[in-house]
Design a protein around this ligand. Sequence first.
Ligand code: SMG
Ligand code: MG
Length: 369
Amino acid sequence: MKIERIEIRRIELPFVAPFETSGWRELANHSLIVRLQAEGAEGWGEAPVGAGPWYNEETQATAWVMARQILAPMLLEASIARPEDVDAVFTRVRGNRMARAGFEFAAWDLFGRLEGRSLSAMLGGTRAQVDVGVSVGVQPDIEALLRVVSAYVEAGYRRVKLKIKPGWDIEPTRAVRETWPNLRLQVDANSIYSLDQADQLAQLDAFDLLLIEQPLAHDDIVDHAKLQRRLRTPICLDESIVSPEHARWAIELQACGVINIKPSRVGGLTAARQIHAMCAEAGIPVWCGGMLETGIGRAANVALASLPNFSLPGDISASDRYFQRDVVRSPFVLNADSTLSVPTAPGTGAEVDEAFLDSVTLEKVDLTR
Ligand code: SMG
Ligand code: MG
């Protein structure tokens, strides 16, 4: 197949509330949205980059340049027989994995729509519903935190993740654990600690957490292995795992007990599926992380999370946890058992609301062969 037309846009879609991590605040989704057209069909993908290089090195500005000047021209020149081929088209490109993933997701969606197969079925998914949780940002004080968590628990979420940082770790986690003794609870530090804070992190062992996510540097694996030996709670790597090779290194070094797979972070669903298989083989449970995607990116995450070794709840909440209005006509809603239903329509199943998407688009380009 030859891709005939590529549309790329950068958007700004405000969140219902600001989202604060250990090191920065996000006020809106600043993704790139990619649309591929070929053989009378189209596919959509989202590169969920941030406004600044705070989570990883990519930003909306860098991804915009990469997408227009490098990636789209490469894909227009290539011939692909399957969605997995997109990965090979981009192998010469170093880094920039979220930008690459935007195109890769769109290719999966395009092939799925042409073949009449759901993305979940194409990937080898085995579940009709996926377990999900909610990620709770840093709050001004413990009272506010308990209010926010309480609202999510009332809404039906049975797994909660707390963002932590020095000065906002032990006490907030203790407060949530004491209020909800049976809640599935985990924490995420987004790379803010160093190994010499191991004793402080070990205090988190008291709270029966599912995992402690990415405590140390975004590009570290070795110190995480040292830290894991000093903790009872499994470490879960997020930022550090940017490819199947990184997953293999982490497994070999015993740097973690769990891996968070975000298909966007690793360049797409092809790499994500390889990491899933590698972890299944090594007995490492995985779960699907989130980048506060629109309904376009979220649909790809839900499909991926339907694979068998996604045995922990994902950071894939219902659309209304993020946006007043989503760019799709098929928003995800939370089922009573803290799951989301996996779409069965061809491709991702996302029905893009083009008029609304246009209204949140800052800039758009069209490229043709
Ligand atoms: O998509 O529900 C979501 C957000 C999940 O906490 C979340 N993501 O490090 O795992 C993580 C963060 C990265 C996004 S920060 C803007
Ligand atoms: Mg994380």
